[in-house]
Ligand binder design. Structure first.
Ligand code: SF4
Length: 251
C-alpha cells in the first residue's frame, strides 16, 4: 500500500520496480512478435512450395545445364530477333520455362480457357502461337539442310506478327518428343512421339528424358514420310515463348 492509500501497481507484483509498468509494452511486444511469427508461416510455406516446384522442375538439381544456358541467353539479350524489335528477356524466359517444362499442363489450361475467351483475346493469343502448313517435301528439306539458313522478315510470307525469321544451322539437331497435345486427350491418335523440335531440344532432353530423344536425320525423315502417309499435316511452329522463332515441325 502506498502512502496515498493507493494499491501497489500490478506491475510491481510482477517484480518490476516503480509505479509505472514496463512489463506492459513487453507483453504487447511479445504479442506483436507472436503475430509476426504467424505472418511468417504463410511466407515460409509459399517459399517452400516454390522451392519444391523448382526442384521438381529441375529434376532434383539446382539448375540443369539447359536451364542455366537459357537463363544466360535471356540475360545477355538473346531475345533480340533478326527481324528487329526487342523480344525475349527474363519474362519470355520464364514463360518459355513454364511452357517447355509443363507443356501438357500448359496446353490443358489453354484448352480450358480458350472457350471462355472473347474473340479479341483469342485472336491476341493466336498471334503468339501459330503454325504454317508445310508440304512434306519442304519439311524434309528442312531436316536435310546442309548449310545455315537465315530468313528475316517472314511476315511477308507468314501473316503473323511474331513470325519474323527462320534461323537454322544445318544440318539441324532434331529431337522427338511425345506430343503433349495428343497425350492431353483421352482418345488420341498414334503414334505419339511425333513432335519434332528442330535446331535445339536440349532443354526438352534435359527436362523430359523419358519422353524425348535425339533423332538421327534418317529417323526424322522416315517419321515425316510415315506421318504424310497417315494423312497427317506438317506445320512449322512459331511461339513467342520460344523467342518467336521457328522451333518445331508439328505432325
Ligand atoms: S506435334 Fe504438334 S500438336 Fe503435338 S505437341 Fe507438337 S506442335 Fe503440338
Amino acid at each position: 500500500m502506498y502512502a496515498s492509500g493507493r494499491s501497489e501497481p500490478a506491475a510491481a507484483s510482477h517484480g518490476v520496480q516503480g509505479p509505472f509498468s514496463i512489463r506492459t509494452p513487453m507483453v504487447g511486444g511479445r504479442v506483436l512478435e507472436g503475430r509476426m511469427m504467424w505472418l511468417l508461416v504463410p511466407v515460409a510455406v509459399l517459399l517452400s512450395a516454390i522451392a519444391a516446384l523448382w526442384l521438381t522442375g529441375e529434376r532434383g538439381h539446382l539448375a540443369l545445364p539447359s536451364t542455366r544456358a537459357a537463363w544466360r541467353a535471356a540475360r545477355s539479350g538473346g531475345g533480340r530477333g533478326n527481324g528487329g524489335g526487342r523480344r525475349g528477356g527474363v519474362l519470355t524466359a520464364v514463360h518459355g520455362y513454364v511452357y517447355g517444362r509443363w507443356t501438357e499442363q500448359y496446353i490443358r489450361l489453354f484448352r480450358r480457357l480458350a472457350p471462355r475467351m472473347d474473340p479479341e483475346a483469342r485472336r491476341a493469343w493466336a498471334d503468339r502461337y501459330h503454325g504454317k502448313v508445310l508440304p512434306t517435301e519442304l519439311a524434309c528439306a528442312i531436316i536435310r539442310l546442309d548449310h545455315d539458313i537465315k530468313r528475316t522478315d517472314l511476315e511477308h510470307v507468314i501473316p503473323y506478327p511474331m513470325a519474323r525469321d527462320i534461323l537454322l544451322k544445318g544440318p539441324p539437331a532434331v529431337t522427338l518428343l511425345e506430343c503433349p497435345c495428343r497425350l492431353g486427350k483421352p482418345e488420341h491418335c498414334e503414334p505419339t512421339r511425333v513432335c519434332m523440335l528442330v535446331g535445339g531440344g536440349d532443354f526438352t532432353l534435359d527436362h523430359h528424358p523419358t519422353k524425348a530423344h535425339r533423332a538421327t536425320q534418317q529417323e526424322a525423315l522416315a517419321l515425316l514420310q510415315a506421318e504424310h502417309e497417315r494423312g497427317h499435316v506438317h506445320t512449322a511452329y512459331f511461339k513467342d515463348a520460344c523467342d518467336s522463332k521457328f522451333y518445331a515441325i508439328c505432325n
